[in-house]
Design a protein around this ligand. Structure first.
Ligand code: NBP
Length: 472
């Protein structure tokens, strides 16, 4: 007898926590995992939390499918990539028309689009769902970005909304469009997250090397900043990370952590897709590049030996400027991320709701912040697609870009790397410059490749008569 409201396959970190969250919200959930012993382990935890009564454990996959009420919603939370395709093939013969697979891992959005198209031909719905918030979010309320067929979204909507994070009582969960829209938005979320983290790291670098601040002093500043315009999860945890002490040595933990940042691919995907769409996303690209440079520790050690160590303690910059520079950099980075989404929406016919996306990122996800509340309100008022042209943000940028300018200048002269903040400033200056320098580029292109150019005083494509020798 089908008794479960929803099914979930994949009881690793994310799947287990999501399943407990669903059970806690009062829904009966059937669970399955390839390695059956993990189901037993999960049931021990479910029992400890008083939720086992809501869970239907099934080691046999056919019995698992049969235990879910129709039309079925089956969450798969297995490793992204090939395991997802294998799982889909395994499930297909067991599913019936109208059922849906809800894939909640970190899938590449083009994979989600392909799976959506494929399952559509079989009469099965495929929802590609971006879930942000890590382990804690999965258990207590993540931000949920849904893409796929609208009907199957409606079937699963009450459960997905119930388990999502809430901001002022509103669920941080929304249907964003057909096909790969959900995973696309999650990818850009992660790209923006890379930018936020890198800009924070660059400011920390100035505090540490330029202003000679201890981790605890820097922590105190982040705690203070978290009470103002920068209020966000990432600023909050930065305060915590900087304050942590390593118990064996009594030293600040952050000073002992090796300066090589890992990455799993979503930042790179967002940078690639931005380039493919022809939308500049220099902050995301800078953040990805910074992680790559960080991982080349041996090369950096060798280069420092050649060029010399930077002199510490000589940055002439105020904490107030650093705070505003971070805000300005963040506005530019979000403007870029949202511009990438707007273009992708147009290209793929998704009709992505930008104000809603800002809304569902206000809680649950890693980039949650006060800023996103302000941003969703500004987008909802309409008036402009690029955040740099949205009236409320124009006012902030007019003031804050001066701080960004001072900070980037001080960093350049003090030799502190600022790959992301300087990229944000360069984008801002290029974006607001009515007469750029591409006229020269066009001349060069015509010189060596006869690519042609437009002239400002007449219509049609033109070519230049270029001198081959230059006399005095
Ligand atoms: P993992 O990504 O580590 O995947 C482990 C799960 O995949 C286990 O249940 C494993 O079953 C199952 N699995 C594998 Br591996 N190959 C399989 C196959 N061929 N057929 C069936 N099942 C298979 O789990 P996770 O860390 O919970 O992450 C799940 C998804 O969520 C990933 O896409 C991840 O990128 C994404 N995500 C993770 C986080 C995070 O903080 N961890 C945050 C946001 C999103 P087994 O037990 O039999 O080996």
């Amino acid at each position: 007898m089908a008794s479960a409201d929803i099914g979930l396959i994949g009881l690793a970190v994310m799947g287990s926590n999501l399943a407990l969250n669903i059970a806690e919200k009062g829904y009966a959930i059937a669970v399955h995992n390839r390695t059956a012993s993990k189901i037993d382990d999960f049931m021990v935890v479910a029992k400890e939390q008083g939720l086992d009564g809501k869970v239907v454990p099934e080691a046999d996959i056919k019995a698992f499918i049969q235990s879910v009420k129709r039309p079925r919603s089956i969450i798969i939370m297995v490793k992204a990539g090939k395991p997802v395709d294998e799982m889909i093939e395994q499930l297909l013969p067991m599913l019936e028309q109208g059922d849906a697979i809800l894939e909640c891992g970190n899938s590449l959005y083009t994979d989600s689009q392909r799976r959506y198209d494929y399952l559509k031909t079989k009469g099965i719905g495929y929802l590609g769902i971006g879930v942000s918030g890590g382990e804690e979010g999965a258990r207590h309320g993540p931000a949920i970005m849904v893409g796929g067929p609208e009907q199957q979204w409606k079937n699963a909507q009450p459960i997905l909304e119930a388990i999502s994070a809430k901001f002022n009582g509103e669920p941080c969960c929304a249907y964003l469009g057909e096909g790969g829209a959900g995973h696309f938005v999650k990818t850009i979320h992660n790209g923006i997250e890379y930018g936020d983290m890198q800009m924070i790291a660059e400011v920390y670098g100035v505090m540490r090397d330029g202003l000679g601040m201890s981790p605890k002093q820097a922590s105190d500043v982040f705690v203070e900043w978290n009470k103002g315009a920068l209020n966000s999860y990432l600023i909050e945890i930065t305060g915590h990370v900087l304050a942590a002490v390593e118990p064996k040595t009594g030293k600040p933990l952050v000073d002992l952590i090796v300066d090589k940042a890992g990455q799993k691919g979503t930042g790179v995907w967002s940078a690639i897709v931005a380039q493919q769409l022809g939308v500049p996303a220099t902050a995301i690209e800078g953040a990805v590049a910074a992680r790559s440079i960080s991982s080349r520790k041996d090369e950096r050690i060798a280069a420092e030996a050649v060029y010399g160590k930077i002199a510490t303690g000589k940055a002439s910059v105020s904490l107030a400027d650093l705070e505003k520079a971070l805000l300005a950099g963040k506005i530019v980075s979000y403007a870029q991320g949202f511009a990438v989404m707007a273009k992708a929406s147009e290209e793929n016919g998704w009709n992505l709701p930008l104000a809603t996306i800002a809304k569902i990122w206000r809680a649950g996800c890693i980039i949650r912040s006060r800023f996103l509340d302000q941003m969703s309100a500004a987008y909802a008022k309409g008036g402009a697609d690029n955040l740099l042209m949205v009236p409320d943000f124009v006012e902030i940028m007019k003031d804050a870009n001066q701080s960004l300018r001072r900070v980037v200048s001080a960093a350049a002269l003090g030799e502190f790397p600022m790959i992301c903040l300087s990229a944000s400033l360069a984008y801002f200056d290029s974006y607001r410059q009515a007469r750029g320098t591409a006229n020269l580029t066009q001349g060069q292109r015509d010189f060596f490749g006869a690519h042609g150019f437009e002239l400002s005083d007449r219509p049609g494509e033109q070519h230049g008569t270029w001198p081959s020798t230059l006399g005095k």
